[in-house]
Ligand binder design. Structure first.
Ligand code: SIN
Ligand code: CO
Length: 375
């Protein structure tokens, strides 16, 4: 299904993005759910899929983690099943992320899908990331409060909530409505009837993550071997002192390490092209020979990107799941980064070059892209 979102992105960014929440009433017209509650329940039975059941009873909250073996114990009210990264496991659901490519790919994360029975929800809480919550089947009451400093507490060790808040948005959502919530705005959704919600989540690395990943890169690439030196070391009355100029020298050493364009870009490309959730990688068996890839693409077979695979472009390089690629055919390489489904003509003649074809066959044989004839 091709989901069309009629949204003026520059206007949306100017007014709302990272600034204030908004309900985009009927953001999707004639919305059709990409999956059923039963399919979602089935996904939450898989080992690789990250899922949880959140329920409450007289103010007592329970969280159980998947994989689940059955759902027999659940009543008709007050529970919600939440499944992370559904775009990795269910191609029709992945299509729901496409309309949000008005924002850069590197900022997006995953599609979380929830199914809630009446009264179901995860309670009032904050998220650290921007999210677009799409209402599918059913109706839900969504409340969003203003961003003010708020104490968080845990009614269950695996559940972080905030105290009740005054709403600046309080609406019943119905199929196709999209609620945008920037980080830090408290919100809660209570289902009025059995309902499906799709959360397109964004990703914003913290300084801690960046530093830790950069340190890993430094170690893996054996950078930063140079040592502190002080041929003019200053003598001091109190030898216990570290002088301000010495601290500046240490800081400069660290900044110099970060300030290497030949490494900073490649590190970030590798870092940000890695998914935070497991991918459904299934390399084709037997692997494709390059000439088979050529034939299939020439016959008009579509080549599709694995759901959740992160592909970003930085300068001439394209980063795929933490690996960098360059090519004598930058246009073809960039088509791989830009388009989620490709046809032979998208490669602009590059398929005639055996080295590009071999590179493409290797990507397909890694399970990162697939040809429909595998299905
Ligand atoms: C949901 O319950 O579907 C979304 C949870 C959230 O507010 O993040
Ligand atoms: Co939330």
């Amino acid at each position: 299904m091709d989901y069309q979102l009629d949204l003026n992105w520059p206007e949306f960014i100017e007014k709302y993005w990272q600034k204030r929440p908004v309900l985009l009433k009927r953001g999707f017209t004639h919305f059709i759910d990409p999956l059923s509650p039963d399919e979602l329940a089935g996904l939450a039975m898989e080992n690789e899929v990250d899922s949880r059941l959140v329920s409450h009873d007289s103010g007592n909250w329970q969280v159980r983690h998947g994989p689940f073996t059955d759902y027999d114990h659940l009543g008709d009210h007050n529970w919600s099943l939440l499944v992370q990264a559904v775009n990795h496991w269910h191609a029709p659901s992945a299509a729901l992320m496409q309309p949000f490519r008005g924002l850069p790919d590197w900022r997006t994360d995953d599609l979380m899908v929830s199914f809630s029975v009446p009264g179901g929800g995860v309670g009032p809480h904050l998220d650290q990331y921007d999210v677009f919550i799409i209402q599918g089947a059913g109706r839900r009451r969504w409340r969003v409060g203003d961003k003010v400093p708020m104490q968080q507490h845990c009614p269950h060790p695996d559940l972080l909530q905030v105290a009740p808040f005054d709403a600046i948005i309080d609406e019943e959502t119905e199929a196709g409505d999209i609620l945008y919530i920037p980080p830090g705005f408290p919100h809660e959704g209570f289902s009025l009837e059995s309902s499906l919600n799709y959360s397109v989540g964004f990703r914003a690395p913290s300084g801690r993550e960046l530093l830790s990943s950069f340190a890993d890169y430094v170690l893996a690439n054996e950078l930063g071997g140079q040592r502190y030196s002080d041929p003019q070391v200053a003598t001091r009355r109190d030898p216990s002192q570290i002088l301000p100029a010495e601290l500046d020298g240490i800081r400069q050493m660290m900044l110099d390490l970060v300030n290497q364009p030949a490494h900073f870009g490649p590190w970030f490309g590798e870092f940000i092209s890695q998914s935070r959730h497991e991918l459904d990688i299934a390399p084709p068996e037997p692997p494709y020979q390059p000439d088979e890839v050529y034939d299939l693409l020439s016959q008009g077979e579509p080549l599709r990107r694995l759901g959740g695979l992160r592909v970003v472009t930085l300068g001439d390089a394209v980063y795929v799941n933490g690996e960098s690629f360059t090519s004598a055919h930058p246009q073809a390489l960039h088509a791989l980064a830009n388009k989620l489904t490709l046809r032979g003509e998208d490669f602009a003649g590059a398929l005639d070059d055996p080295s590009f074809l071999a590179q493409l066959a290797a990507l397909i044989n890694s399970g990162y892209w697939y040809l429909d004839d595998e299905a």
